[in-house]
Design a protein around this ligand. Sequence first.
Ligand code: NAD
Ligand code: ZN
Length: 353
Amino acid sequence: MRVLVTGGAGFIGSEIVRTLTSAGHEAVVLDALLPSAHGEGADRRADSRLIVADVRDREAVDRALRGIDAVCHQAAMVGLGKDFADAPQYVGCNDLGTAVLLAAAAAAGVRSLVLAGSMVVYGEGRYDCRLHGPVRPGPRAQSDLAAGRFEPLCPSCGTELTPGLVGEDAPVDPRNVYATTKLAQEHLASSWARATGGRALSLRYHNVYGPGMPRDTPYAGVASFFRSALARGEAPQVFEDGAQRRDFVHVRDVASANALALEAVAGLRPGGFAAYNTGSGEPHTIGEMAAALASAHGGPAPVVTGEYRLGDVRHVTADSRRLRDELGWKPAVGFAEGMAQFAAAPQRDMATS
Ligand SMILES: NC(=O)c1ccc[n+]([C@@H]2O[C@H](COP(=O)([O-])OP(=O)(O)OC[C@H]3O[C@@H](n4cnc5c(N)ncnc54)[C@H](O)[C@@H]3O)[C@@H](O)[C@H]2O)c1
Ligand SMILES: [Zn+2]
């Protein structure tokens, strides 16, 4: 299979390219080498298989799509960004970019798409109240966060909730600009499939970590912040009280999920769209993750700061059974082993930072 991997120079995309190539597929990479992901002045001639172009550049995308069987769309601006001033860039890269890519795919007769989705579409995970069953707490109030009341409470009775695993049919509830753009990508993919008879599959990744993660920038994930702090000899700064639950999934397992999805997408009905949670199925707290990294690195131990970010959710952990059952995916890297390796592995260099 000849696959166009957008964002294929990034953290996850480059692992997908390695996985596809070693399975005998051909990968064509289109990546704009965004400064927010690669630093200023990243080497544009580094790799001859790399087309350095923006997914919003229709001519470049048209050229990249020649002879392509399927698109694996990883290109996106990631993370929470600095502040709301980043919103036009997020929407531009992620949504206008997806629209241009899909219009070009429609014109080129490419009908298979695998999309890098995200668990951020679910907002505040899934909770159960002892009295009210499954409930959906709204965004946490700044006054609660400032007072150290981090756990969302039942909207009906105000008691503490038990966090559970979120399934694909959970209602969506994007809580920030990035999340909104990731959800819009799915809606665009689904519209494209319906309009063209194409097939689209979104893998809703949970917290991906592993070698090659970019160093800390406002656009990177929390594992990368902790890893960068440890590399500087500083203690990882754990926000809230460290009890936030996440599902940390290794980048190699995410790459294998993409390889399976690229095979499976052809089996969807024409016009079909499907979403699959992509998580390890083994939830951990942010505090546990910081402690595992710090201990593998040989210290210093994490510090819980009580700081918070508006737009962060308290708990979100995946039920990834559908991906295991329907696509036969099996994550291979466990938490302890993966974190120990990650603590020792190099992070991606940013050209100027
Ligand atoms: N890292 C995670 O934990 C995580 C979780 C959920 C979803 N995702 C999704 O996975 C995908 C890959 O993320 P990543 O963590 O590898 O980030 P990354 O920043 O390392 O990779 C993204 C790549 O896309 C490129 N890119 C961005 N906008 C582009 C554009 N307009 N045109 C061309 N190239 C562009 C960047 O230069 C970069 O190389 C993204 O779609 C992201 O939303 C990541
Ligand atoms: Zn209740």
